[in-house]
Design a protein around this ligand. Structure first.
Ligand code: PLP
Length: 438
């Protein structure tokens, strides 16, 4: 093919309009929001309860609890299953902080496990040796839409009598062996904020089949719903939020949610088709691999939030991922950046910071053992940032447009040798504490 754009050639992506990355905003959503406004129902809970019912039904779950963020839904889920002072949860270190950080304010702490290099989800082989009598739960993150290996994780939890929380913020609508993620654990939590694939504003939702978990979650941050609490012991003590938090969902969000629950089922199919088409075009090209489950596995990635590709530099003569992505961006692939969520255990908040004035790091403030990792105890996690990169997240199945992007990848790969002479290598610091892509 022709000369690389980074070396002065013509970019492969001719049409760089970002319409292919934009979501569908419908008249029905607009009207739903305005209705909330004109009825002045922003802080009521009637629409939210309808949305909870619809979202829970979609998953075949008994209870849904709408929250104002995914973070608060996770906080409620943790309190709901009884996480408290001195408890430990096991979580992957490569994730957004809210997967585990709310544990700190419950007096609990986090033990990090390594990820599987292909799925980027928690490695089932790295869990069991981290379990102690204090371990209360495994936090399972279906990372970047990839369903975690539930068949291997569930028996571990069962054997040790610990709970499973699912963080489904990246994987709305995804299937694990034909069953929806968010339905495997004792409780699950979803972010529904604008950047996620099922997006309704700043919002989140918790799902569970366990009445007690649901009622405790209400008790924690939804004082206005105390009348829903049936357990007489809890009912007597309700009225004020035990957590001291107010986690009610904004009804402009739940109103969008009621529309989105129909819309997303359609959009998700198109996104899945578009993303699979993109990766099918690149199948067999050296240096890159799709981050997607095998086709006949019954596993899917739902809305493909924060789509990633894996990079194997050895197959491209050692070309750095930074230079590879830079060349892609020059071709018009504006999304191509190396790295993903930075490893949480490398931040001082999980090592040294004393948030609440205990006189020692908060991570170990409530523990009688030091759970902070020794160097290199998470080898895959620690080397991940040079092995994954962001790829375009297509919202529409427009084959010709997608082909232009795939051709840009092919062009860079086929001409990788031209990039080697000026390759300055990778900076130490790749990835970020959060992703901020549409
Ligand atoms: C976005 C996200 C959250 C938190 O959700 P918010 O709605 O932003 O509070 C939790 N976990 C993961 C993995 C996320 O990506």
């Amino acid at each position: 093919m022709s000369k690389l754009a980074i070396l002065g050639g013509q970019p492969a992506v001719k049409n760089t309009s970002d319409d292919i990355f934009q979501r569908n905003i419908t008249k029905e959503m607009e009207e739903a929001v305005l209705k909330v406004l004109y009825e002045w129902k922003m802080s009521s809970t009637d629409i939210t309860k309808e949305f909870e019912r619809a979202f829970a039904d979609w998953h075949g779950m008994k209870y849904g609890l709408g929250c104002n963020t995914g973070t608060s839904a996770i906080h409620c889920a943790m309190f709901g299953i009884g996480i408290g002072v001195g408890d430990e949860i096991i979580c992957q270190s490569t994730t957004y902080w809210a997967s585990c950080l709310p544990a700190f304010s419950l007096g609990a702490t986090v033990v990090f496990a390594d990820v599987d290099p292909e799925t980027l989800c928690i490695n089932p082989d790295d869990i069991e040796h981290r379990i102690t009598p204090r371990t209360k739960a495994i936090m399972v993150v279906h990372y970047a839409g990839y369903p975690a290996d539930m068949d291997r994780i569930l028996p571990i939890a069962k054997k040790h009598n610990i709970k499973i929380i699912e963080d489904v913020s990246h994987a709305h609508g995804a299937l694990y062996k034909g069953k929806m993620v968010g339905t495997f654990g004792d409780v699950s939590a979803f972010s529904l904020m604008s950047g996620k694939s099922f997006a309704i504003g700043e919002a989140g939702i918790m799902l569970t089949n366990d009445r007690n978990t649901y009622e405790r979650a209400i008790l924690f941050g939804h004082y206005e719903r105390a009348s829903e609490i049936e357990n007489p012991q809890l009912q007597k003590l309700a009225g004020l939020p035990w957590g001291g938090y107010k986690y009610r969902m904004h009804q402009m969000s739940s109103a969008i949610g009621l529309v989105q629950i129909k819309q997303f089922k359609v959009d998700m199919v198109e996104i899945d088709k578009a993303m699979n088409y993109f990766w099918d075009l690149l199948e067999g090209y050296p240096g890159i691999r799709a981050h997607r489950p095998p086709k006949d596995s019954g596993c899917t990635k739902g809305g493909w939030y924060a789509s990633l590709g894996r990079y194997i530099k050895e197959e491209l003569g050692g070309l750095s991922i930074s230079r590879f992505c830079e060349a892609l961006r020059a071709e018009g692939v504006l999304w191509a950046y190396p790295g993903c969520n930075k490893a949480l255990h490398t931040h001082p908040l999980f090592q040294t910071i004393d948030v609440y004035g205990h006189g020692r790091p908060t991570r170990i403030a409530f523990s009688n053992r030091d759970v902070r990792e020794e160097d290199k105890s998470l080898p895959v996690t620690e080397s991940l940032q040079k092995k994954v990169f962001a790829v375009p997240w297509f919202k529409h199945f427009w084959p010709e447009r997608i082909e232009e992007y795939a051709n840009a990848f092919k062009k860079v790969i086929e001409n990788y040798k031209d990039l080697l002479p000026d390759d300055k290598g990778d900076p130490e610091d790749l990835g970020g504490w959060f992703t901020s892509r549409r």
